[in-house]
Design a protein. Structure first.
Length: 267
């Protein structure tokens, strides 16, 4: 299987002058990692939850209603591109180094499609290696009473898809991901007047937004089975537990790191 076999050829495309809320609707309903952005019919970049997370919730935007925000203010230009002969390993390495959710693919000047980070998981669906050998062991944790703005800070600093949320006894309750934080902050700015935002943002807690549907698995689970679970249910990743204690995370980031280490440079 090559990259040309896993690219998205007919994914959503939005003009950079469309409202940001249009992009959020597509991200939420179509479960895509990022959306292509065009300008006058030319593809110029993409927008993802991560791109929105960098700006939403900042003090500068508190006075601006979400309905008045546009994709152009949140999108990122394509930092690089791939071609029909780019190796799987090189594509994974580019995505990790550039912290991008997708890269366009071209054959000469012809656009072929968009390569999503999660699509690379299709290439490891038959791997038998235990996920305990590649899971992320160092990651932030958050309590259910912590504030959403704290979760935003941790997500941006760590660069991960999701953070486990624990109760007071240290037991896992769910996760908070980029999408949950972005949606919560947009709704907050939409309905809370600016003069009340500074006080009320401190009351917006993780417990109100966390995702309780991310599976908890054992480290002996195979990489192939883990990849299939993530793809099937559009999951941000999996939580690994031992004796009711969270010991690791497996997200597309860790799987891309595995690809960089194990796939050949040429194909």
């Amino acid at each position: 299987m090559k990259l040309t076999d896993i690219i998205t050829k007919d994914g959503p495309v939005l003009n950079k002058n469309r409202p940001l809320l249009d992009a959020l609707e597509v991200l939420n309903k179509q479960h895509v990692e990022s959306i292509c952005v065009d300008d006058g019919g030319k593809l110029v970049g993409s927008i993802s939850f991560l791109d929105i997370l960098f700006r939403i919730g900042t003090q500068r935007l508190r006075a601006v209603a979400p309905e008045s925000l546009y994709i152009s203010g949140f999108m990122r230009n394509f930092p690089a591109s791939t071609s029909n002969d780019t190796s799987i390993r090189k594509a994974a390495k580019l995505m990790l180094e550039l912290s991008c959710m997708s890269l366009p693919m071209f054959y000469g000047e012809q656009y072929l499609g968009l390569l999503h980070r999660r699509s690379l998981l299709r290439l490891v669906q038959e791997r038998d290696i235990a996920i305990s050998t590649l899971m992320r062991k160092n990651f932030p944790l958050i309590r259910s009473h912590d504030r959403v703005i704290h979760a935003r800070k941790l997500l941006l600093e760590s660069g991960i898809y999701m953070i486990p949320a624990l109760n007071e006894d240290g037991l896992q309750l769910g996760v908070v991901g980029q999408g949950e934080v972005v949606n919560a902050l947009v709704e907050f700015h939409k309905y809370v007047p600016e003069k009340h935002q500074k006080a009320r943002i401190r009351q917006l807690a993780i417990s109100a937004i966390m995702n309780r549907n991310v599976p908890v698995v054992n480290g002996s689970l195979s990489l192939g089975e883990a990849a299939r679970m993530i793809l099937k249910d559009y999951l941000p990743g999996l939580i690994i537990e031992e004796s009711s204690k969270v010991v690791g995370l497996l997200t597309p980031n860790e799987i891309l790191e595995y690809i960089v280490l194990t796939f050949p440079e040429e194909q």
